[in-house]
Design a protein around this ligand. Structure first.
Ligand SMILES: Nc1ncnc2c1ncn2[C@@H]1O[C@H](COP(=O)(O)OP(=O)(O)OP(=O)(O)O)[C@@H](O)[C@H]1O
Ligand SMILES: [Mg+2]
Length: 512
């Protein structure tokens, strides 16, 4: 082995070991070498990378910037990236764009000039930043409204207190009517400020140790009498659900708010499912997804089969005064109040919704039951080791949301599975046509295209009876409940250990 072999071998090992993408290009901007991380990041086959112009990996606007920067560097030796780095956009093989951090090194050799680019994927960080901004925006709005409401509440207290005094001493009938009207208006004002205080997390809460299922039962029996006739109301309680320490009145109000929203979303009727269950947030993925600290929570979800929300409505749904209802029908305070209450109670609220399919709003409250918490911790410790027994098994991930799909692939790879990924049912079927050794289909239920995940699962099991199927969905009830009658279902958001266990059970059942 000579020095060149050695350095080439070492260079190869360095490139393979790098988590970030590394791309070496020549002075003409042709790729001469790329590591596996680079191929994976941009979605190209590794052996198709060399010879490609680096511009293939950039969107149009970056191409011009890149050409100008190269020209300037060659002419003046001046660079805005070498040794500094900057944020740019990358272009994947499938045409999608993603944010990345680029830093570049330059080498002059006897064979000419070379540039080494190190590229770090920023998609995940950006996604976290975006949702953090969203949470901060809601918090700022809440603080502002809550502050105003607090002052108003004091003013209203004085007004209604004085009116009450006045009413006692006034005997004139028409004067008493005026006082009564004024008191009613003050009461409406007080109701409104109570909502504003709730969304600003400034309610005077009286938390009590309670069984969430019992509260839900009371609310549902009341709602059953008031909801429109075409609406089917169901309560699904996981056995052994933990207690929570929350304000019972506000919890009732929250469930009522969510049920009324659900009813409004189903003018032609449909079903509302209130589901209550335990959730241990013990992995990073899950904590990031639901924005709570690690720990044990009780989740109360309200799912409907209504009109759902588009992206714009989803983004703003928790904002105070956001409403799509006609004037006089909605104040836009229902969801923001629920969001504020969940936050003030040490929990959080999340939303899944798809136009035309329905909506799930989930409330997370910290579990108060000590015993239950300890049990969960013990079982988390004893959870299946991350990668044992999974090696060589191949999972086909079908998910339309790019970020979620990449996350699922990362999670499965961390568990030791080989993966294939598709963005919709058609793509998945095409992959299955050429790749015969897929063990598990792991598909999201709600996807655009002719087939949803449930249809895909049916088709796949009839055509490839040897394959196992695991479906996933953000919905708790509705379309997900129908699919769950036929296939195993993992409800989003899920823990890494839940994913591990479900796959392991599926695969062992198949072996047996
Ligand atoms: N279950 C749902 N399905 C579809 N859209 C919903 C659902 N829940 C809420 N929304 C959308 O979010 C908006 C805000 O809801 P929110 O409960 O905060 O206010 P509102 O229902 O319009 O008025 P309010 O609750 O104050 O009477 C609604 O106007 C609607 O567009
Ligand atoms: Mg509402």
């Amino acid at each position: 082995m000579d020095d060149d072999d050695l350095s080439d071998g070492i260079l190869g090992a360095v490139l393979d070991a790098a988590v970030d993408a590394v791309i070496v290009s020549d002075a003409r901007g042709r790729i001469v070498r790329a590591n596996t991380a680079a191929a994976r990041l941009f979605g190209h086959e590794i052996d198709t990378m060399p010879g490609r112009p680096v511009e293939d990996l950039m969107p149009e606007c970056e191409r011009n910037r890149h050409a100008a920067a190269m020209e300037r560097y060659v002419r003046t030796g001046e660079s805005h990236v070498i040794g500094i780095g900057r944020e740019v956009e990358g272009l994947r093989a499938d045409g999608t764009l993603f944010p990345l951090h680029l830093s570049v090194g330059h080498a002059s050799t006897d064979n000419g000039d070379y540039f080494v680019a190190i590229l770090h994927d920023l998609s995940r960080r950006k996604a976290v930043e975006r949702s953090l901004q969203h949470a901060q925006r809601l918090e700022a709005l809440g603080a502002l409204t809550g502050g105003v409401a607090h002052d108003f509440n004091n003013i209203l207290t004085v007004i209604s207190g004085n009116l009450e005094f006045l009413k006692r001493s006034v005997t004139d009938k028409s004067a008493r009517t005026l006082i009564r009207d004024a008191m009613e208006a003050a009461k409406i004002g007080a109701d409104l400020t109570a909502k504003l205080l709730a969304l600003g997390r400034r309610s005077a809460l009286t938390p009590r140790l309670l069984d969430p299922a019992a509260v839900a039962k009371t609310v549902l029996s009341m709602l059953k009498r008031t909801l429109a006739p075409g609406i089917d109301l169901r309560l699904v309680v996981e056995p052994g659900v933990w207690s929570v320490q929350v304000d019972p009145m506000q919890l009732q109000t929250s469930i009522i708010n969510l049920a009324l929203n659900a009813q409004d979303a189903m003018p032609k009727g449909g079903s509302i499912t209130v589901a209550i269950g335990n959730v241990s947030v013990d992995d990073r993925f899950l904590a990031e997804e639901v924005h709570v600290a690690r720990g044990n929570y009780v989740r109360i979800s309200v799912t409907d089969t209504g009109v759902g929300m588009d992206e714009a409505a989803r983004r703003r749904a928790f904002e105070p005064f956001f409403t799509t209802k006609p004037k006089g029908r909605g104040t836009g305070l229902g969801l923001s109040m629920v969001y504020g209450f969940a936050g003030q109670s040490g929990g959080h609220a999340t939303l899944y919704s798809e136009p035309g399919l329905g909506t799930t709003v989930s409330l997370y409250f910290p579990a108060a039951t000590r015993m239950a918490g300890e049990e969960a911790e013990a079982s988390a410790v004893g959870m299946p080791s991350e990668s044992g027994g999974t090696s060589g098994r191949k999972v086909l991930v079908v998910e339309d949301n790019d970020a979620v799909r990449r996350l699922s692939v990362a999670r499965l790879e961390a568990l030791g599975y080989r993966t294939l990924a598709a963005g919709n049912a058609e793509e998945a079927l095409a992959l299955l046509g050429t790749d015969r050794d897929v063990d598990v289909l792991f598909a999201d239920i709600v996807m655009p295209g002719a087939l949803n995940g449930h249809d895909l699962a049916r088709k796949v099991t009839s055509e490839h009876p040897q394959m196992s199927v695991l479906l996933t969905s953000g919905f708790a009830g509705g379309i997900a409940a129908t699919a769950a009658e036929e296939f195993p279902l993992l409800q989003k958001p899920y823990r890494q250990s839940d994913l591990a266990t479900r796959l392991r059970i599926l695969l062992s059942r198949r072996r047996g």
